[in-house]
Each structure stands twice: as C-alpha cells, then as structure tokens.
Write a protein that binds this ligand. Structure first.
Ligand code: M6R
Length: 365
C-alpha cells in the first residue's frame, strides 16, 4: 500500500525517521545512553584483528561507510569487497575472524556465496539483514536485523539508513569492548544516534527545494558526486541511486581524486553534487569545489548551516541540512541524495519503483 504517495520509493523515503527510530530502539538503551545489542556475540571484539565485510550495491556502500566507523571508533582494521569479488578471490582469513555481511533481502546470490565461503573458512559470521526469515539470516551465526519493514521500491532507501543505524551501533559496541571509547564518548555518540530520527524529519523539509532543482538535473547527461570521509561512499550511493532510476550517467568520486582524472570532465553541462558537512575535512572539500568552480562547473552543495556560511563560493544551489554530529551525517545526508534521484526520475517520467533491467533481489550471479 502506497498510502498517500505516488510511489513506494517516496513512501519509503518519508518513512525513514520512523523506521530508523524503531531500529534504534532495538539497539540502544535510550535512558542508559548506551548501545545494548539485542543478541549475544559468540566472539569478543577485543580478540579481533580485522573485520571482513562483503555486500552488493547499496548494502555494500552502507558497509563502506561502516568501515570508517569501525576503524575510527574501535580501531579495528576493516577490509571490504563487493561480494562478487570476495567470493572468488580466495581471501586468506584467519580462523576465528569476523566476517560481516549486509543485505536487505538476505537472498543476494553473491553475498550468500560469500557468507558460505566465510563459514567454510571458520569465520564468525554476522549478517545485517532486513528479512529475518531469509537464507542469509538462517545461515549466519548472528543476525543483526534492520527494522525497516518491507521495502518495495527497487531503489533501496530506508533499508540503507537502517543498515547504517545498525552498523554504527555495532561500531560503538566494538569501541566499548576494545576500550577505544570511554563511557563518556559512548554517551556522546549514542545521543547523536538518538537525535537522528528528529533530524531526518527536519531534513525532509528540503524536499520542495530539491524537487525544483531536479528539473535542472534532469537535463544533464552526466552527473559527478564528490565527498570525503563517510561522504565519499555516500557520493557513490547518490550516483547509484540517480543512475538506477533516472538512467542519467553518474559517478561518485572521493573529492581528493578529482585532480587525478575526473577534473577533465568538468564543464558547464555536468552538474557536480558535493556532499560536505562541516567536519574536520570540510576545508579540503571546499578547495576541491573551488577547482570545479574555476573550470565553470556548476555545483550543488549539500552541507549544513556552518558549511553554507563558510564555503564562500557561488553554487547552482546549496541544500542546507540540519547541523548534526559529524559521525551521523551520512545517515541524514542520505535523504537529499535520495530525493534528488527520486524527483529527477519522476520529472523525466521514469518508472521509479521498477526501473528497467533491475530486480529487487538479485538471486542469480
Ligand atoms: O538485498 P540486498 O541488500 O543484498 O541487495 C543488494 C543490491 O542488489 C541492492 O542494494 C541494489 O544495489 C539496489 N537496487 C540499490 O538501490
């Protein structure tokens, strides 16, 4: 049931504050201001030398964001692969290690094959899945469920932000176990998480501005997305979302890579979407934006109030997001990224819920 929405994708974008809140309630003790995982772990984060993550598509990009979190908060090295590569590359894995999988459906063929490989290699397996009865849930040692509810739109939206919520909770739990986070730090991070649903409700108020902007975007042949830190995987997610439902070619790049090739593409016909919350690497991203602007590139900047004030350059548009703790910024900034893709595709008359050539669940290689 689409409720009052034109498409499932719109409904699912708008549902995110609610389902992220529900997922959070499962992983966080609000009054205790700490993470409480709803399952026992058959291993101790303290004993791990690394985590190996595999997943596909949007779930892979959620995993890539969590790499930054696990490494920063828990100081655990993380390696991550798209599952179609992991399953065949015969990665050497130390017995007793942790292999982590992310999948909305829990049925994706390559991710499932990777899970089976990890099981055979004597890894502890932990899967972040949305469908608790799925094959991956059945075959994993630990199931970390996202409570996104049924996701119908082929473009993953609410599953993504719920995956991020669970992964950040896990990274905080890992940081506590490894002694890299003090109780004080944990409190701060948990409070940042608790604030997310409210901030998502605020973020969605930018929809009208984004809808108007989408008309411009729909004229583009190519779109470049840039970001640093956790905004880099989010840039790739933005590009994936746009290409899968509007069929406009888009690429996501680490902003620092601009000079190493993609800068050659910059001209006034290719919009450049920059995701740059005001964090410790904001200045670096600003200098990349200046490079774009100097070559006549048209910038759509997604930032917060402080970032908008300090960016100091002419943009085609600036989408000002609520000011949030930098750690949760990718969860909030997912919303404008999704809305941009959605409205562009709708404006172009595309079938956003069922894009051509794509299946909701990819159960064959
Ligand atoms: O069910 P899964 O999360 O394992 O699916 C993985 C990808 O197929 C999926 O995220 C795909 O990339 C989406 N269509 C992206 O919006």
């Amino acid at each position: 049931d689409k409720g009052n929405y034109r498409h499932f994708m719109a409904k699912e974008i708008h549902e995110q504050a609610e389902v992220v809140g529900r997922t959070l309630a499962h992983y966080v003790n609000f009054s205790g201001e700490r993470v409480e995982l709803p399952f026992e772990l058959p291993f101790d984060f303290k004993d791990l030398n690394r985590i190996s993550i595999s997943a596909c598509g949007t779930a892979y990009l959620a995993g890539l964001i969590s790499k930054y979190w696990f490494e920063r908060l828990a100081r655990i090295p993380v390696e991550i692969d798209v599952a179609s590569e992991f399953r065949y590359r015969e990665a050497p894995l130390e017995p007793g290690g942790l292999a982590l999988f992310v999948s909305q459906s829990g049925e994706t063929a390559d991710t499932l094959a990777s899970l089976r490989y990890a099981t055979a290699e004597k890894q502890h397996t932990l899967s972040v899945v949305n469908v608790p009865t799925s094959t991956m849930a059945r075959e994993s040692n630990v199931v970390a469920q996202t409570l996104a509810g049924v996701e119908v739109g082929v473009a993953s939206t609410k599953a993504f932000t719920c995956q991020l919520t669970v992964l950040l909770s896990l990274a905080i739990a890992a940081g506590r176990a490894r002694g890299t986070l003090s109780a004080e730090d944990e409190k701060e991070l948990v409070n940042a998480l608790i604030a997310v649903p409210g901030q998502m409700t605020e973020a969605i108020k930018r929809e009208h501005q984004i809808e108007v902007l989408s008309r411009e975007l729909s004229k583009a042949k190519d779109v470049l997305y840039l970001g640093r830190g956790t905004s880099y995987p989010l840039a790739m997610e933005g590009a994936l979302k746009l290409k899968e439902i509007s069929y406009i070619h888009a690429e996501g790049y680490a902003a620092g890579e601009l000079k190493h090739g993609p800068i050659a593409l910059i001209d006034e016909t290719m919009p450049v979407i920059v995701i740059a919350p005001h964090d410790n690497i904001f200045e670096k991203t600003v200098s990349n934006m200046q490079e774009v602007a100097a070559r006549g590139g048209r910038i759509i900047l997604i930032t917060d109030e402080k970032g908008a004030l300090e960016a100091g350059l002419d943009t085609m548009a600036t989408i000002v997001m609520p000011s949030v703790h930098p750690i949760v910024a990718p969860i909030i900034n997912a919303i404008p990224i999704q809305l941009l893709a959605y409205h562009t595709a709708v404006f172009m008359g595309k079938d956003v819920d069922q894009p051509r050539n794509l299946a909701k669940s990819v159960t064959v290689e």
